[in-house]
Design a protein around this ligand. Structure first.
Ligand code: ADP
Length: 195
């Protein structure tokens, strides 16, 4: 049973790693960014509401995001563990998540942080914007997302570190290397909490 969070700045490669790690560990991957993009593509009421925040690189309001995550974590496929990507992004979401887990009688095992410096992030995201055309990948919006990350999400990481949950890996190494480091870190951390 593994319940993990993956946290990292936009462009740190956290989506790619989330995919590989969840597959390797046989747990479901839950990406709030992907969930919002699916709502948007399907023009659901939540998608219509979230649209303006996504395009501006702003955070979707906590109550909408938390309601979406709460519902997702009630699905039976999460009972054997999950890897949550993109949530919590604020301290308030962290408290919400603690509440949801408590309601479900669960606790978090490990929080994986993928690090990358700002110049590398901007370089990677501008490349991605040419390749994929994501509407939130323009330079101004990228810098805004980074700023929000520093302001809102770094305190979440600090809180996880205080709780002794944090495993940190360098996201600027090559992709396979990052995956190997992450899996090793998760294994060590999980072994520690099991004893
Ligand atoms: P990034 O590439 O910045 O890591 P994601 O794909 O995780 O982005 O998310 C894309 C967008 O979806 C965010 O910029 C934000 O608008 C919205 N979003 C995703 N997760 C959350 C969250 N936990 N709280 C609020 N908004 C979120």
């Amino acid at each position: 049973m593994t319940r993990l969070l993956i946290i990292g700045p936009p462009g740190s490669g956290k989506g790619t790693q989330a995919h590989r790690i969840s597959e390797q560990l046989g747990i479901v991957e839950i990406s709030t960014g992907d969930m919002f993009r699916t709502h948007l593509a399907n023009r659901t009421p939540l998608g219509v509401e979230a649209h303006k925040y996504l395009d501006a690189g702003d955070l979707v309001p906590d109550h909408l995001t938390t309601a979406m995550v709460r519902e997702r974590l009630q699905q039976p496929d999460t009972k054997d563990g999950f890897l949550l990507d993109g949530y919590p992004r604020t301290l308030s979401q962290m408290e919400d998540l603690d509440g949801i887990l408590e309601e479900n009688g669960d606790t978090l095992d490990t929080v994986l942080e993928i690090t990358a410096d700002d110049d590398e992030i901007v370089r990677r995201l501008l490349l991605r914007s040419q390749a994929e055309g994501r509407s939130d990948d323009t330079e101004g919006v990228i810098r805004h997302r980074l700023e929000l990350y520093r302001q809102e999400t770094e305190p979440v990481i600090a809180r996880c570190a205080e709780r002794g949950l944090l495993v940190r890996v360098d996201g600027t190494a090559d992709v396979d290397h990052v995956t190997a480091d992450a899996l090793k870190g998760i294994e060590t951390a999980t072994a520690r909490t099991d004893t």
